[in-house]
Ligand binder design. Structure first.
Ligand code: ADP
Ligand code: MG
Length: 436
């Protein structure tokens, strides 16, 4: 009898907790997935499917409760363990494919191996093997925009498999495909489950897909309301109670993972993948009280700004313009101050690339002003030294937090606990923007 491979225990997820736009995406949810199961999470749009799926991989962190993969709570994993989880235990497939437009197909597929620093010969061998298996070997030298949607999704599946994970998590993987391509992709997933014995958790809102699953978990309004079993693969094993994590790491694990993953990549390679992500992160970070449409429009304009398609003045104009006229419908003051802060953050990020000595000084001064920090001369030097280590990726963000928090005599900066959270998060955002 096998142990569960994923255990979700009393998980709750609240977005924007404590703010006016607080959203309870997941009410208390428990779910156990066993090795080799094919589980479908089914329900209407907005019911929390993606939120639940992302929490299984740590892309979304738990607000309350816990998620364990292969017996280990994600919140208790150290940086290395979490990196291993993403690189070798879990493969992810998304509706939007997320291929990198500037890389050809084979390079897209082997990218996760590049992150792991594997030798070209070996990684290409595995990559071509997967392309052949999914009938897309002829596309190897083409670029994503030369492929059909169905082909792109097969490439994305190949990429998710390249490090041979046991678990595949797929979020509406055929949501963008015509019915023939959709069926083809669904058959591949089924085959991965039956032949390769992969554990699969797939999200869908389409009832026609349910036949593929061993077990269907029905969701509504942030809850699991029913389970439907087609094929019993679960072993009857009682799971040990996990210890509650003492101090959950609140920083977005997705950001963390990206930071860790992209260390070995050239900036020009990460660019296109990261820009939309950056726009989203920066927005949700800087905004709290706008409605969805105002945020969505602003996100579009921020992408334009990050892609350097528009300048700052135009950015402000677009934010300010009424929604009916194609703008983001903000008021002028908010648009101005948002643009000013964006500009400031971007210029610090820029200095990280071009002026390594000055970057920690600029970043320190920005953080001091922005968070009203009071540091004496000695603390300031220590603060800058710690920032330098983080900027140069000599320490990760967990170590960064520790050092910001630890007292001076223990080589720390001795910041207040709440301040550490805010400052560390801001630093990660600025670090991310450095890749533009
Ligand atoms: P589904 O995948 O079933 O369509 P989601 O998990 O994406 O649902 O969303 C569940 C709820 O959480 C929705 O009300 C959605 O608006 C909200 N939500 C999702 N992502 C975020 C986010 N990043 N910030 C705030 N609210 C969010
Ligand atoms: Mg979704």
């Amino acid at each position: 009898m096998s142990e569960p491979i994923i255990v979700v225990d009393k998980l709750r997820i609240v977005y924007n907790q404590g703010k006016s736009n607080e959203s309870r995406a997941l009410e208390e949810t428990s779910l156990t997935v066993y090795p080799h199961e094919y589980v479908i999470i089914f329900g209407p749009s907005g019911c929390g499917k993606s939120t639940l799926l992302y929490s299984l991989s740590g892309l979304q962190s738990a607000t309350y409760g816990s998620v364990s993969v292969k017996g280990k709570a994600i919140a208790q994993m150290n940086e290395q363990e979490e990196l291993e989880l993403h690189q070798t235990s879990i493969g992810m497939v998304f509706q939007a494919f997320y291929l990198i437009p500037s890389l050809n197909i084979i390079d897209n597929v082997v990218l996760p191996k590049v992150f792991r620093g594997e030798a070209p010969k070996e990684r290409l061998e595995v990559g071509y093997q997967l392309l052949r298996r999914f009938g897309i070997a002829e596309q190897a030298d083409k670029f994503p925009n030369q492929l059909s949607g169905g082909q792109k999704q097969r490439v994305a599946i190949a990429r998710s498999l390249v490090n041979n994970p046991d678990i595949i998590l797929a979020d509406e993987p055929v949501g963008n495909l015509d019915s023939e391509s959709a069926e083809n992709v669904l058959k591949i997933l089924k085959e991965l489950n039956e032949v390769d014995q992969k554990t699969i958790v797939m999200v869908t809102h389409n009832p026609e897909h349910l036949q593929y699953a061993d077990r269907v978990v029905h969701m509504k309004d942030g809850r699991i309301i029913k389970e439907e079993i087609h094929k019993e693969k679960r072993a009857i094993v009682h799971h040990k109670q996990e210890n509650e994590d003492e101090e959950a790491d609140q920083t977005n694990p997705e950001l963390k993972m990206l930071m860790a993953s992209f260390k070995s990549l050239l900036p020009q390679q990460v660019d296109v993948l990261l820009v939309p992500f950056k726009a989203k992160q920066l927005l949700s970070h800087l905004l709290s009280e706008l409605n969805e449409e105002q945020v969505a429009m602003a996100e579009a304009f921020l992408k334009e700004l990050l892609f350097k398609n528009i300048d700052n003045a135009t950015f402000v104009d677009r934010l300010d313009l009424d929604l009916e006229k194609g703008g983001a419908g903000w008021n002028h003051m908010r648009a101005e101050s948002f643009s000013a802060r964006t500009e400031e953050i971007l210029s610090i990020a820029q200095s990280m690339k071009t002026d390594a000595d000055r970057a920690p000084i600029l970043l320190a001064s920005y953080l001091i002003t922005h968070f009203h920090l009071r540091l004496d001369a000695k603390k300031l030097l220590r603060f800058q030294a710690v920032l330098k280590l983080r900027i140069e990726s000599q320490i990760g963000q967990i170590e960064l937090r520790k050092r910001l928090d630890a007292p001076m005599i223990q080589d720390g900066v001795g910041l207040h606990k709440n301040t550490v959270e805010k400052v560390a998060r801001e630093i990660e955002i600025v670090m991310l923007l450095k890749f533009s």
